[in-house]
Design a protein. Structure first.
Length: 379
């Protein structure tokens, strides 16, 4: 099976678009008057950070704790208010997917296709189970099952208590895909997942029975590269509407109950989405940030000043939306109009993972393994 890392594919597409090497340089950062101040509440070294295989290890919040892991298998539980370490566990295997947290479990996946569940209280191993392929996104749980997507196109439902395989759903893979998988969204009754085929589907969480499937993107073009339509970000569930975006495809809004389309707009992304102020936010494969009106899909604003900076998925906190880039800068924008309000250097090795938020505080993990809690202070 042929596979391309996102970074390699992005570079190749950029080279096809221009013969001028200058055009391939990251956009220079624009000057602006900062209207707010970004305060680092605390920072903590998680360990070795990310890996050259383009891992995107994302922390997770559960209660008053934040959980994070590095590529070498060091898993930490920190107090999310002050960053103080509660426990640390050194697993005996490199981690490729994580972190999922909730219902008493901390969940990670490995390059060898293993899922490991730790106890949230003390980090002790509750169970380990071997699956069919690499786990490149965070396993998710509703307390009854743990949903896991693997690189070979399978979706698993595991017993949350033991890790025993309860069901699996197989999805055929195209010839060429991005190196990555979507992160499933799990509710009490349903698992929503997107695949490299450009389809998003809903299965019953208890049994794995298919409830509906909907095509987000249709492969077009003559070459296999042109026909890549992966859904590599997590679908976004807001109330009764499920949003999903694909690479070289569309951003769609679907009825969560039956999968019927509400609206669709052309877009290309390999990142997860964010929501706030009645908008859905998307960072495109061309490194543009868009705000779509959640009910209609109308573009409310776009920010095109971060081209070729390899920006992360957007994340909202307070009245702001933020992305980070490959040079390690955090860019904070107003949710109202997309204008920059603040910028801060987080990590000299860059930021690749999606950021997380508790609503008011933004948590950013740099590629070197530094986890930073950021809050906006009004000037």
């Amino acid at each position: 099976m042929k596979r391309l890392a996102i970074v390699a594919l992005s570079a190749l597409l950029g080279a096809c678009a221009s013969n001028d090497a200058i055009d391939l340089e990251p956009a220079e950062l624009v000057d602006f008057d900062e209207s707010v101040k970004l305060e680092a509440l605390w920072s903590e070294d998680v360990g070795a950070g990310q890996d050259v295989r383009y891992t995107r290890l994302v922390p997770a919040i559960a209660g008053d704790r934040i959980f994070a892991t590095d590529i070498e298998g060091n898993v930490l539980a920190l107090n999310r208010y002050d960053g103080k370490e509660i426990w640390e566990v050194e697993l005996d295997t490199p981690i490729s997917g994580g972190v999922g947290a909730g219902y008493g479990l901390v969940l990670v996946g490995t390059f060898d296709g293993e899922v490991i569940a730790l106890d949230q209280n003390d980090g002790s191993v509750r169970w380990r189970v071997q699956l069919s392929s690499e786990v490149l996104s965070a396993p998710q749980s509703n307390g009854d099952i743990v949903a896991v997507q693997t690189l070979d196109g399978r979706l698993y439902g595991l017993e949350a208590a033991s890790g025993e395989k309860r069901w699996s759903y197989d999805n055929s893979l195209p010839v060429l895909t991005l190196r990555g998988t979507g992160t499933p969204v799990v509710t009490e009754t349903t698992v929503f997942a997107g695949f490299a085929t450009g389809k998003v589907l809903a299965v019953e969480s208890r049994t794995g029975l298919l409830q509906w499937e909907q095509r987000v993107a249709v492969a077009q073009g003559r070459s296999e590269l042109e026909r890549v339509i992966d859904i590599d970000g997590a679908p976004l569930l807001v109330g009764d509407i499920l949003y999903a975006g694909s690479y070289q495809g569309r951003l769609v809004a679907l009825n969560r109950g039956n999968g019927r389309g509400i609206w669709a707009e052309e877009s290309s992304t390999y990142n997860s989405l964010a929501a706030g102020h009645g908008n859905v936010y998307l960072s495109s494969a061309e490194d543009k940030v868009f705000a779509y009106q959640a009910g209609s899909g109308q573009v409310m604003w776009s920010n095109e000043q971060l081209l070729r900076r390899k920006i992360t998925a957007p994340q909202t906190f307070g009245t702001y939306v933020a992305v980070a880039d490959d040079e390690g800068y955090l860019h904070v924008m107003s949710q109202d109009d997309g204008r920059f309000v603040a910028r801060k250097k987080i990590d000299g090795d860059g930021v690749r993972s999606a950021m997380i938020s508790d609503g008011e505080v933004l948590y950013v993990m740099g590629n070197s393994g530094e986890l930073v809690a950021i809050k906006v202070e009004e000037k």
